[in-house]
Design a protein around this ligand. Structure first.
Ligand code: FES
Length: 153
């Protein structure tokens, strides 16, 4: 943790970047109490300020999540193109509701606002990669591919 923190200036202007880095480095893609405490100590900031920042932004999670985070765009352009139906398909295939993590820890299903891929909606993000022009078949194919790549690791 200290090695990660030392990459950033000891300034509150670094807080958002620090929280991103901590969350990205965490195997469960979340911000634990211990991590927030370490960030607050490193910055010399009140813990309450760090916690409120981590809680305010939806891009941060205080709850442990799966190895893969699936974020389906829920903004109107994507919804009009069938995004709502795709959410049901994802939920059924993964066996989870929005905001939940599969029991095997493989996937967390989330919704998000616009991913900046409106021209290719409906769109979703799986980890750091955006997939557009989604159909039922494409969604299921993407998830199957992630499962296959997990199985070969
Ligand atoms: S509205 Fe879905 S990516 Fe922009």
């Amino acid at each position: 943790m200290n090695e990660l923190l030392r990459k950033f200036p000891r300034s509150m202007e670094s807080l958002l970047d620090i929280l991103h880095a901590i969350q990205d480095a965490d195997p469960q893609h979340h911000l634990s109490d211990e991590a927030l405490q370490a960030a607050a100590e490193y910055l010399g900031a009140p813990l309450s300020e760090v916690v409120s920042t981590a809680t305010f932004y939806t891009m941060y999670s205080r709850m442990p999540r799966g190895r893969h985070i699936i974020r389906l765009c829920e903004s109107p352009p994507c919804q009009l193109l069938g995004g709502e139906t795709l959410l049901d398909i994802l939920a059924e295939d993964l066996g989870v509701a929005v905001g939940e993590t599969a029991p095997d820890g493989a996937f967390t299903l989330e919704t998000t606002s616009c991913l900046g891929a409106c021209a290719e909606g409906p769109a979703m993000m799986v980890d750091d990669r955006i997939y557009g022009a989604l159909t039922k078949e494409k969604v299921l194919s993407v998830i199957a591919e992630v499962r296959r790549s997990d199985a070969t690791r």
